[in-house]
Design a protein around this ligand. Structure first.
Ligand code: NAD
Ligand code: MG
Length: 402
C-alpha cells in the first residue's frame, strides 16, 4: 500500500484538522466529475482520487485513471470492460463493470468521501450504499433526493453521515447556515438564472431545438441538467432537493429569477434578516467546498468584482410558460412517490428531446400525463419508489413511442 492510500493522514502545512481525504468520484467523466478532478489535482496534499466511475466514456476514464492512479475504476457499460482493462493493464488499478459494481464500489472501505456526480436516477443506489457504509457524501446528484429523499435523509441521520450539498444554490444555503444551528429558517430564496429562454413565450418555445436549449447563458453543464435549466424543471427539482436537505415546508421555499447568477441563493431568518452567498457562477467553488468542508481552502479561481456587476435584478418566474415548475411544486406539496414519478418521466422526456423525438413543450405534457397516471403512494418503501420509477419510465416512453 502506497503512502497515498493511508486513511486520514494530516498533512503538514494544511489547516490542522484537515486530514487528507480520499475521494470517490462517482461520475468522474461528467461536467461535475471533471471539475472535481481539477480541484483534486490542484490540491494533491489535501485530496486523492481513489475511485473513478463512468457510464460509457472509456477513453476519458482510462486517461483519468492513468493520471490519478485510483484504487479502482468502474465502467457502467459492461461492453466497455475489456477496453478499460486493456488501457490499465500496465497498472495495479482494479477494474469493475456494470451497475451492480457501482453499488459494490460505493460499499468499499478505500475512500473517505463520495462525490455523488452521476446524473439522474442512476445515482440513487450507489449514493445510498455510501451512506449505509457511513461515508460522508458531497451531493451533486439532486435526483437522488428527488426520488427518495425521505429514505436517503433517514438513512443519513441513522448512520450520522453528513450530506454536503454541491448544487450551487444548496451549497449557498448550506454556507449561509454555518453558525446558525439554533436559529430557525423562515424561508429560503432559491435563485434561478431563467435559462436560455428567459422571457420567451410558448409560440417561440414550440420550435426550439436541442442546440438552442443546450446553450446556457451562465453555466456550462451536462446535457440533461442544461435541458432541465431551459424548462425550469431544474429549479423544481432543486425545490424538492432543498426540502429534504434543510427540512423545510413547501411554503418556505421561494424561487426568484436572477439572470446574473451572482447571488447563488439566500436564507431569511425569523428576525427578517437575509443572508446571501455570492460569487461568480463557477461550479468549482461549491465542488471544492463540498470536498473540503468545514474548511475553506485557497484557490486561483477568478474573483467577483462588484464594480463590473452594478446591476443585480430579480423577478418572478413565468409559471404559465414554464409549466414544469408548477408540476414540481405539485410533487413537492403532495409528497409520496409523486416526485419520483415526475423525475422518471422527466428523464425520459429529456432523453427524447435530446434525440429530436419530442418538441420542447411536449416534454411538459409527457410529465404531467405520467404524474396523473401512475398510482400515488403516500409513504412508499424503497422498493415502491424503484417500482414507481420503472412504471413511470415505461408509461412516458409509450406516450412518446420511444
Ligand atoms: P454529465 O452528464 O456531464 O455527467 C454525468 C456522469 O454520470 C458521467 O460521468 C457519466 O458517465 C455518468 N453516468 C451517466 N449515466 C449513468 C448511469 N446510468 N450509470 C452510471 N453512471 C452514469 O452530468 P453533470 O452535468 O456533471 O451532472 C451530474 C449531476 O450533478 C446531476 O445530477 C446534475 O443535476 C448535478 N449538477 C450538475 C451541475 C453542473 O454544473 N453540471 C450543477 C449542479 C448540479
Ligand atoms: Mg443548481
Amino acid at each position: 500500500m502506497t503512502d497515498k492510500h493511508k486513511s486520514q493522514k494530516t498533512v503538514e502545512g494544511t489547516p490542522s484538522d484537515m486530514a487528507r481525504r480520499r475521494i470517490a468520484v462517482f461520475g468522474s467523466t461528467g461536467s461535475i466529475g471533471t471539475q472535481a478532478l481539477e480541484v483534486i489535482a490542484a490540491n494533491p496534499n489535501l485530496f486523492s482520487a481513489e475511485i473513478l466511475t463512468a457510464q460509457s466514456n472509456d477513453e476519458l476514464l482510462v486517461k483519468q485513471a492513468l493520471k490519478f492512479q485510483p484504487n479502482l475504476v468502474v465502467i457502467g457499460d459492461e461492453k466497455k470492460y475489456e477496453k478499460v482493462k486493456a488501457g490499465l493493464a500496465a497498472t495495479d488499478i482494479k477494474v469493475f463493470a456494470g451497475e451492480k459494481a457501482l453499488e459494490e464500489a460505493a460499499g468499499m472501505d478505500c475512500y473517505d468521501l463520495m462525490l455523488a456526480a452521476i446524473v439522474g436516477y442512476a445515482g440513487l443506489r450507489p449514493t445510498l450504499q455510501a451512506i449505509r457504509q457511513g461515508k460522508p457524501v458531497a451531493l451533486a446528484n439532486k435526483e437522488t433526493l428527488v426520488v427518495a429523499g425521505d429514505i436517503v435523509i433517514k438513512t443519513a441521520v441513522e448512520n450520522r453521515v453528513p450530506i454536503i450539498p454541491v448544487d450551487s444554490e444548496h451549497s449557498a444555503i448550506f454556507q449561509c447556515l454555518v453558525g446558525e444551528t439554533r436559529n430557525k429558517i423562515e424561508k429560503i430564496v432559491l435563485t434561478a438564472s431563467g435559462g436560455p429562454f428567459l422571457g420567451r413565450k410558448p409560440n417561440y418555445l414550440v420550435n426550439v431545438k436541442r442546440e438552442h436549449a443546450l446553450q446556457h447563458p451562465n453555466w456550462s453543464m451536462g446535457a440533461k441538467i442544461s435541458i432541465d435549466s431551459a424548462t425550469l424543471m431544474n429549479k423544481g427539482l432543486e425545490m424538492i432537493e432543498a426540502k429534504w436537505l434543510f427540512n423545510l415546508e413547501p411554503d418556505q421555499i421561494q424561487v426568484v429569477i436572477h439572470p446574473q447568477s451572482i447571488i447563488h441563493s439566500m436564507v431569511q431568518f425569523e428576525d427578517g434578516s437575509i443572508k446571501a452567498q455570492m460569487g461568480l457562477p463557477d461550479m468549482k467553488l461549491p465542488i471544492q467546498y463540498g470536498l473540503s468542508f468545514p474548511q475553506r481552502i485557497p484557490n486561483q479561481f477568478p474573483r467577483l468584482d462588484f464594480r463590473k456587476f452594478n446591476t443585480l435584478t430579480f423577478e418572478e418566474p413565468d409559471m404559465r410558460t414554464f409549466r414544469n415548475l408548477g408540476l414540481a411544486i405539485e410533487a413537492l406539496e403532495k409528497g409520496g412517490n409523486l416526485a419520483a414519478i415526475m423525475n422518471a418521466a422527466n428523464e425520459i422526456a429529456v432523453y427524447a428531446f435530446l434525440r429530436n423525438r419530442v418538441n420542447f413543450l411536449d416534454m411538459t405534457d409527457v410529465i404531467e400525463k405520467t404524474m396523473h397516471k401512475i398510482p400515488f403512494i403516500k409513504e412508499p418503501t424503497l422498493e415502491e419508489y424503484l417500482e414507481s420509477d420503472g412504471e413511470a419510465r415505461s408509461y412516458a416512453a409509450d406516450l412518446i413511442k420511444l
